[in-house]
Design a protein around this ligand. Structure first.
Ligand SMILES: Nc1nc2c(ncn2[C@@H]2O[C@H](COP(=O)(O)OP(=O)(O)OP(=O)(O)O)[C@@H](O)[C@H]2O)c(=O)[nH]1
Ligand SMILES: [Mg+2]
Length: 303
């Protein structure tokens, strides 16, 4: 038997294109949170796929966007850096939405990368109306037709949500990976720290239960994580908002929103940890947390 193929595939793209959905779909388990709100992913999340033919370390990244604050700036840096360290870059686009200024910026950046690019045209279950625009953009930036870019660019239409063509995508990725030893132990499927993963689950439920614009003003930190017994984990988390008025919105009338968030989160946390979870949530106002290096560090965004 030949050597195994092992390497890193960074999933890069505009916000909301389905990067985290693709990661979860390929791994067959939920490693990264997903929502319809842009800028859901704030950290670099590695998900590790182990197969007989080798290992691919998928790096899910925050969606590239025009940053408005320090958090956003760091999120972009994380995404760009992970593209630099990858053996293959998956440029994941939403083919049901037109290209825009951000996509221009991303393709300009990626066109200079040394690693081969797989342009994955996602959400084809919605029709793929804008596929030609994405191909045209890449051709413009590379100065060649796609058909002549075979070594540098492969194009695959996919649906991360339905799992369409993800097998074909995997075959392509394995074929592009270098031969060599595994980068992570075979039994490992993610290296995202437990506290951050737990905090993200709570954040996902806030996204689900809150109005569209508020989630960007929210941070969640797991302050305490105690294995009370073999069967019970105690988790205390704080939800930070930026203003007093937002605190009321998160708590809701008679505490109904935070209660709902708590019970949805507990369900997922119990599935993830395989234990009963006792979850305590507190909502606090912390003005300008998005500019606060200490909080960004505790969120795992600044090293
Ligand atoms: N119809 C359809 N929807 C999809 C597909 N993939 C993802 N979505 C939806 O697109 C939305 C965004 O998905 P995410 O996986 O959170 O996107 P993301 O690129 O990780 O977003 P950020 O982390 O904010 O950059 C969610 O509502 C997903 O359910 C797909 O193949 N088809
Ligand atoms: Mg994401």
């Amino acid at each position: 038997m030949g050597e195994k193929r092992c390497g890193i595939a960074a999933i890069v793209g505009r916000t909301n294109t389905g990067k985290s959905t693709l990661l979860n779909s390929i791994l067959g388990k939920k490693v990264a949170i997903v929502s319809k709100v842009p800028q859901t992913t704030r950290n670099i999340i590695r998900g590790i796929l182990n197969e007989a033919r080798g290992q691919i370390v998928f790096v899910d990244t925050p969606g590239l966007h025009k940053p408005k604050h320090r958090l956003g700036k760091y999120m972009n840096i994380l995404a760009e850096d992970s593209a630099k360290g990858a053996d293959v870059i998956i440029h994941l686009v939403d083919a049901s939405e037109n290209i825009g200024e951000e996509e221009e910026m991303i393709v300009s950046y990626l066109a200079k990368a040394k690693a081969p690019i797989v342009l994955a045209l996602n959400k084809i279950d919605l029709g793929g109306k804008f596929i030609p625009e994405y191909l045209k953009l890449w051709e413009e930036k590379k100065g060649k037709p796609v058909a002549e870019l075979t070594k540098e660019l492969t194009v695959i239409p996919v649906s991360a949500l339905k799992g369409t063509n993800t097998g074909m995508l995997l075959d392509e990725l394995f074929s592009l990976m270098p031969e060599g030893p595994r980068l992570y132990p075979e039994d490992m499927s993610s290296d995202f720290p437990q506290r951050l993963a737990y905090a993200d689950i709570i954040r996902e439920k806030l996204f689900e239960c809150m109005r569209q614009e508020l989630p960007h003003s929210i941070a969640v930190l797991v302050e305490e994580l105690v294995e009370r017994s073999k069967a019970l984990t105690y988790i205390r988390a704080e939800i930070f908002v930026e203003r007093d008025s937002q605190k009321g919105m998160v708590i809701g009338d008679k505490g109904q929103i935070v209660k709902k968030v708590g019970s949805l989160a507990r369900e997922d946390l119990e599935k993830l940890s395989g234990k009963k979870v006792y979850l305590e949530l507190a909502v606090k106002v912390k003005e300008n947390w998005r500019q606060d290096e200490e909080i960004l560090r505790r969120m795992g965004i600044v090293m």
